[in-house]
Design a protein. Structure first.
Length: 164
């Protein structure tokens, strides 16, 4: 357990997700208390209806505070409907952090085109997710090649002009 300044304890990161699995299992059981085993000659009758997995996952998402991130990722899965099939074919949403959506375009021309519609994208995303969810769409172009690697690279500062 990691302690914060306020004295509240927060569980350490669980990379295998065992604690989350326990929460889901506990939520599907209802109260979490196990019933005593019944005798085999009596038929078991359930008075409650089965819990749907979608309802359980929604409850876990709400209690963990993941609602906004899950909504953003679900919406970004429908990227072609947001920007149109032509723009979507040449761009991909890369990350969402601190209310800023980063989109990578396949060329500088497509990056410029997407920058022109960035304010409309912010409006569309906020309409679907709630005001303030996305404050800015940051469009970046393709990654430039790195010339510092490979067989023909030069150690040190690289080739320089020898005239002078």
């Amino acid at each position: 357990m990691v302690e914060h300044d306020e004295g509240a304890e927060t569980p350490a990161h669980d990379p295998q997700g065992l604690e989350l699995a326990r929460q889901i299992a506990s939520a599907t059981r209802g109260s979490g208390a196990r019933q005593a085993p019944q005798k085999k000659h009596k038929p078991v009758q359930r008075t409650d209806e089965p819990t749907r997995i979608g309802e359980v996952l929604k409850e876990v998402i709400d209690t963990q505070g993941w609602t906004r991130e899950v909504n953003v990722h679900q919406l970004l899965a429908r990227w072609p409907t947001l920007v149109g099939p032509v723009n979507a074919a040449h761009s991909v949403p890369e990350s969402y952090k601190d209310a800023v959506l980063t989109v990578r375009a396949e060329s500088t021309t497509w990056a410029s085109s997407l920058r022109t519609i960035a304010p409309q994208l912010v409006a569309i995303l906020n309409e679907a997710l709630g005001q303030g969810t996305v404050t800015r769409v940051h469009v970046i172009g393709p990654e430039a090649p790195n010339w510092k690697k490979g067989l023909r690279s030069v150690q040190g500062r690289g080739p320089r002009d020898t005239y002078g």
